[in-house]
Design a protein around this ligand. Structure first.
Ligand code: NAD
Length: 186
């Protein structure tokens, strides 16, 4: 029986965008199966990480349907020790031969663990970046909708993702002023 070649692609996908999609198309041409690790799975409801692991699983699983390749989508929580992270990832995923990443820390940790790391091409990084998409969402700029696959757009609509991002990014200045005033009281 021929051995299946599996590749790991890990990202936070906050949210999953067209850049991720294009990378996955390249990866799908090089391996038999792709494991997609949803990094920082414990994070959500934060300005830099608004979506839960489950919501990101939904985004990625719907978006990769058209890839035509077997995928495994696995949420992976962060661990406090970088030196243990690769073993942690391996304990949660099917076996893999190669890791695809441009993230310097991810590359370094897998390289030190003796696992082949392949850099992936960047597709219009200025345009396709999670940070930029979240910024556009916050500034009421509908342009972000062109930067994610339609399936992801639907998930974000379903969960009112933009509304959440705006609410959690809201300032609580009034409470701060109130507490400052309280502290000044005799
Ligand atoms: P990301 O979603 O920002 O990016 C995922 C990948 O997609 C990266 O390789 C990135 O270069 C690529 N990419 C992004 N935009 C692209 C574009 N326009 N064109 C082509 N490629 C593009 O996620 P990330 O921050 O790299 O995710 C790494 C995850 O690993 C994080 O969740 C991090 O916390 C986790 N991690 C955890 C530990 C630990 O727990 N100790 C250690 C290392 C990494």
């Amino acid at each position: 029986m021929e051995r299946v070649c599996r590749g790991l692609y890990i990202g936070r996908f906050q949210p999953y965008h067209m850049g991720h999609s294009q990378v996955l198309q390249v990866i799908a041409g090089s391996v038999d199966e792709v494991i997609i690790g949803i990094g920082s799975a414990q994070r959500s409801h934060q300005k830099s990480d608004p979506f839960t692991a489950g919501e990101r699983v939904l985004m990625v699983s719907r978006a990769v349907e058209e890839l035509g390749i077997k995928t495994y989508i696995i949420p992976i929580e962060d661990v406090h020790r970088n030196s243990l992270w690769v073993s942690h990832v391996k304990s949660l995923t099917p076996p893999f031969e190669v890791v695809y990443s441009n993230n310097p820390l991810v590359k370094e940790l897998f390289h030190e663990a003796g696992i082949e790391v392949v850099e992936t091409p960047l597709f219009n990084r200025e345009r396709y970046s999670g940070k930029r998409i979240r910024r556009l969402m916050l500034s009421d700029d509908e342009g972000w909708k062109d930067l994610v696959p339609t399936s992801v757009l639907r998930v974000i609509d379903e969960i009112d993702g933009v509304g959440r991002l705006r609410r959690i990014s809201g300032s609580d200045d009034s409470r701060e002023v109130h507490s400052e005033v309280s502290e000044m009281r005799p």
